[in-house]
Design a binder for this molecule. Structure first.
Ligand code: PGA
Length: 259
């Protein structure tokens, strides 16, 4: 099963995960990072700014999980813009080495397969950051997504559109379609790191980590992965049955193992 690490707050989560990414980049200067958008990974990116200061990151590569379909890439809420603003620029990554699925409507039917081919050509993702939706989505794999799915176009649920409306002027402006790495694509990354904070994510985390495997709960796919780490604050951990065991395990883990 996934290793669950319960931390005090989102800042501690960010520091823990950033340290793992910094170790990865120290081992492999052209590491392939799987990047996520949304508010969840922001503490990781903030901590990386500190922890990577002085490190040459010019060869680090990145692949974002998803993108809206039909939103101008120059729109401030396109994931291309978000990744540029939150990750590429502050960390000083090389823009041409950081990829985001192409959400342009023209050619969208081929964009998923092309993206998967790019990830494959890069040798796969070393560490994939993941947030989780209140409905259990990872990437934009909404409930019902096949565990074998590849990067493709999906229809966003109304719940997800409402959750993301805070980034737009109105709900009407939130696109209805997205292109997202599939669950099968995500499961090929060598290390999955799923983060969540707050009471609102507690049920989804409990279902993903301790519930049955089900396409209805897409994040439960992480149970199939040999190296998945779930980093949660106390509130997001509040519905986990084995929280005491996870705390005990992590407290007794040799530091050299990382996460
Ligand atoms: P959030 O979204 O990080 O903004 O909470 C997570 C997600 O929808 O995957």
């Amino acid at each position: 099963m996934a290793e669950v690490v319960i931390v005090e707050n989102s800042q501690a989560a960010g520091e823990l995960v950033a340290a793992e990414i910094a170790r990865l980049i120290a081992r492999r200067s052209d590491a392939v990072l799987g990047l996520a958008t949304g508010s969840t990974p922001l503490p990781v990116y903030a901590a990386l700014r500190e922890q990577l200061a002085g490190t040459d990151v010019s060869r680090v590569r990145g692949f974002a999980l998803d993108e809206y379909v039909g939103l101008d890439p120059a729109h401030p809420e396109s994931y291309r813009s978000v990744i540029t603003r939150e990750v590429v620029e502050p960390l000083g990554l090389t823009p041409s080495l950081v990829h985001v699925p192409d959400g342009a409507e023209a050619g969208i039917e081929h964009a998923g397969a092309e993206y998967d081919a790019r990830i494959h050509a890069a040798g796969g993702v070393d560490l994939q950051l993941l947030g989780i939706g209140t409905d259990g989505h990872i990437g934009f794999n909404e409930p019902g997504s096949s565990f074998a799915s590849r990067t493709r176009v999906k229809t966003l649920t109304e719940q997800t559109r409402e959750d993301n409306a805070r980034f737009f002027d109105s709900l009407e402006q939130v696109p209805r379609h997205c292109i997202t790495q599939g669950l099968g694509t995500i499961l090929e990354a060598r290390h999955l790191v799923l983060l969540a904070y707050g009471e609102g994510k507690a049920q989804a985390i409990a279902d993903a980590v301790e519930g049955p495997l089900s396409a209805f709960m897409p994040a439960s796919a992480i149970q199939l992965h040999p190296h998945a780490t779930v980093v949660v604050d106390e509130a997001a951990a509040s519905k986990l049955k084995l929280a005491g065991y996870y705390r005990y395990t992590f407290a007794n883990k040799p530091a050299w193992q990382g996460i």
